[in-house]
Design a protein around this ligand. Structure first.
Ligand code: PDD
Length: 287
């Protein structure tokens, strides 16, 4: 659908892209990625995503590549794909590039840089409420890096789908952390709680927007550990993410959450998030 992609400095048709079989992304999963949403052709929180891409690349010890060089590339890609009124995401991936296979870094790495535009697919359940399961966190201990190594996430997400659920929430040492592609919140005694930032979760951009909204609107929130043993006491649960926005979790591990319907907290936050995204992107559109 969006046929023009960006590959190593050139805008070209998707089928003309050829990635070397020696690419370290292909051989080792040696790379990082970002997903940025654009509402009506305007990116939302682009610089937060590029900042996080730089954080990921630094964590992977990439040197000499600044994610902000992609700032204008993303806009150009949206233009070249004639994105106007529709909502899309831009997927960006940077790998350490092609080199003969050896684990230690090549002497002169030349990153492979790829970006593409994808349609936003909104499952109606993101609004009406999703079912989720909790799973043991089998990932590494640098989950703050948005690495392209996503096997534990894929395995956990597949398990969720097999059980008729949409998301799996990782639990490490009894602490509930985040989803396979989303941040996680639970409401206890009228306070929206989410795991504090650490090496065990991704610093979600949507999570941050939601916390900013809570602070601005006087909605009680807390960044604190959520224990699996306490989860059944939660009045509401929801996930946040670039592609999920703010989505209620109405069933967890086969049991209804609260009333089994989206609660007032998540409905309000979902609405405020939409408003925030619309206002920010409308302002960006103004001449
Ligand atoms: N995933 N946690 C994990 C493990 C994620 O992969 C994501 C996003 C998030 C939410 O982050 P943000 O609000 O910045 O999108 C949290 C993307 C969308 C993906 O892998 O497709």
């Amino acid at each position: 659908m969006y046929d023009t992609v960006y590959f190593n400095g050139a805008y070209q048709s998707r089928d003309r892209v050829s990635v070397s079989p020696d690419d370290r992304g292909f051989l080792f999963g040696d790379g990082a990625y970002e997903v940025i949403v654009a509402y009506g052709g305007r990116c939302f929180r682009k610089s937060d995503h590029l900042k996080r891409l730089n954080h990921s690349l630094r964590g992977l010890r990439f040197s000499g590549f600044d994610a902000f060089t992609l700032d204008s590339v993303i806009d150009e890609l949206l233009l070249r794909n004639s994105v106007s009124s529709e909502d899309v995401t831009t997927y960006i991936q940077v790998t350490r590039g092609a080199a003969p296979r050896k684990h230690a870094f090549p002497d002169d790495p030349r990153p492979t840089v790829f970006a593409q535009v994808n349609p936003v697919v909104r499952d109606p359940a993101f609004k009406t409420g999703i079912s989720a399961i909790t799973v043991p966190d089998t990932r590494w201990s640098r989950c703050d890096i948005k690495s392209i190594n996503l096997i534990p996430n894929c395995l956990a997400n597949e398990l969720a789908q097999q059980q008729g659920c949409i998301e799996a929430i990782f639990v490490r040492d009894g602490v509930v952390l985040e989803g396979t592609l989303s941040s996680f919140f639970a409401v206890f005694d009228g306070v929206a709680c989410t795991a504090p930032l650490s090496n065990y979760i991704l610093a979600g951009v949507t999570r941050q927007v939601v916390l900013e909204i809570c602070a601005r609107e006087g909605i009680p929130y807390s960044e604190m550990p959520i224990y699996l043993n306490d989860l059944h006491d939660a009045q509401e649960m929801f996930i946040t993410g670039t592609t999920r926005e703010v989505a209620p979790v109405i069933h967890m591990d086969g049991r209804p959450v609260g009333s089994g319907r989206p609660g007032p907290f998540v409905r309000r936050l979902a609405e405020l998030y939409r408003l925030e995204a619309e206002t920010a992107t409308m302002n960006a559109r103004a001449p």
